[in-house]
Ligand binder design. Structure first.
Ligand SMILES: [Zn+2]
Length: 398
């Protein structure tokens, strides 16, 4: 049995002072305040609190590991192109940034190429539990499911997705992608105004895919039809979306005012002005706001040229572009959390919610994004200023 002690713990919905968290067989078995429970005999104790000689002198806060539901790569690894053997490099990098679970995200590509990438990602998702056993010396984030960003996107709002690879939505094409991914598709971004979109949305939702509206030029009514068909989330709000107009609110009118929809943003200060991040967080609130990175292989790497699926991107001055258009980011989740605090004045606990439990709720992963008895012990130790001090995956303190 492992016992973790710290100064503070965010479940993240609740705050516990002087917490004591017990881990057995990789799962959390109990959480309590130290004053209310004795440390069990024979337990291994990892005490991160300021007064312990083990830790440094700043306050230590235990939070759930971050969950990134929209990420194309990092550390030089592109999730669509990397052979399965390279994914551990990405997984280790993500863990250093506090991420313990993520959805590798595709971009529009030739259908055969997409299917091959999905097969490899399905291999990685299925191999993740045993890979942890093989590499006990490094904390590694785990791919939990695939996010299909495309091919069912709007030509008007495609961003850098190559136009020749966009496809009109049909259940048949969705089925092909689904089978290639062996059912591991957990999220799909789709433009709801496209002909055939409502049928594909309904079918995907029926299979418990979190259908997210985005890369869309939808007017208000088409966005609402998408939600009625089963969409429940929105992808990188404001980016690759019909802009908000006060007499023609369009898709953003629905995303920002429908309290039942969750939505995500890229809070890097480049994709959106800080004031728009604040507007978004105020509109979606503490429960429905989700932080994503939309990071490419370039994140965590020096400036230069990288691949984003079939697209070549270039990083200069912290901007990731392709032919002058923004093409994903070099953001990491720990920085996104810090930016939510700086841009919107949110507390650390509130910002952590948007990177953990809100994301997990949006995609229906009840075992992630929270610290509670019974869930996997994926835990981050934060310093009081929000810096990552340690990432613990399934109860292993490396
Ligand atoms: Zn993306």
């Amino acid at each position: 049995m492992l016992v973790l002690c710290a100064d503070l713990l965010y479940t993240p919905l609740e705050e516990i002072n002087e917490p004591m968290l017990l881990v057995e067989d990789g799962r959390i078995s109990s959480i309590s305040s130290r004053s209310r429970q004795e440390i069990p005999r024979n337990a291994i104790v990892a005490d991160f609190s300021a007064h312990s000689c083990f830790g440094d002198t700043s306050r230590a806060i235990l939070i759930p590991g971050f969950l990134d539901v929209h990420i194309h790569g990092s550390a030089g690894v592109d999730v669509m192109r990397a052979p399965v053997g390279e994914l551990p490099n990405l997984n280790r990098f993500l863990a250093t940034r506090g991420v313990t679970g993520y959805f590798p995200t595709t971009v529009a590509a030739p259908l055969d190429e997409s299917c091959r990438a999905l097969e490899r990602l399905a291999d990685a998702i299925e191999a993740a539990p045993s890979s942890l056993r093989r590499n006990p010396d490094a904390a590694e984030a785990r791919p939990l499911g695939v996010h299909l960003e495309g091919p069912f996107l709007s030509h008007q709002r495609r961003g850098v997705h190559p136009p020749q690879y966009l496809i009109a939505p049909t259940v048949e094409t969705f089925e092909r992608l689904w089978l290639a991914a062996r059912g591991h598709v957990r999220m799909m971004t789709i433009a709801p105004e496209l002909c055939g979109a409502p049928e594909v949305i309904a079918e995907a939702a029926r299979r418990n895919v979190c259908v997210s509206i985005g890369h869309s030029d939808a007017k208000l009514e088409a966005a609402r039809a998408g939600v009625r068909a089963g969409a429940r989330h929105a992808t990188h709000t404001f980016n690759a979306m019909r802009p908000l107009d006060h007499r023609d609110p369009g898709i953003l009118g629905e995303v920002l005012t429908n309290g039942g929809l969750s939505a995500d943003i890229i809070a890097d200060g480049i994709h959106l002005a800080p004031e728009m991040v604040k507007l978004f967080l105020q509109a979606k609130g503490f429960e429905k706001s989700v932080l994503i990175t939309d990071a490419t292989a370039a994140a965590g790497m020096p400036e230069g040229k990288y691949q984003l699926g079939p697209i070549e991107v270039e990083v200069k001055d912290g901007k990731c572009t392709s032919n002058g258009n923004l093409a994903g980011s070099v953001l990491t989740m720990d920085r996104a959390v810090g930016n939510a605090r700086r841009f919107a004045g949110w507390s650390l606990q509130e910002a952590v919610r948007a990177a953990t439990v809100n994301a997990a709720n949006a995609v229906g992963l009840e075992q992630y994004g929270r610290l509670a008895p019974g869930v996997e012990a994926n835990i981050v130790v934060l310093a009081g200023n929000g810096e990552i001090r340690k990432t613990i995956v399934r109860g292993r303190v490396v």
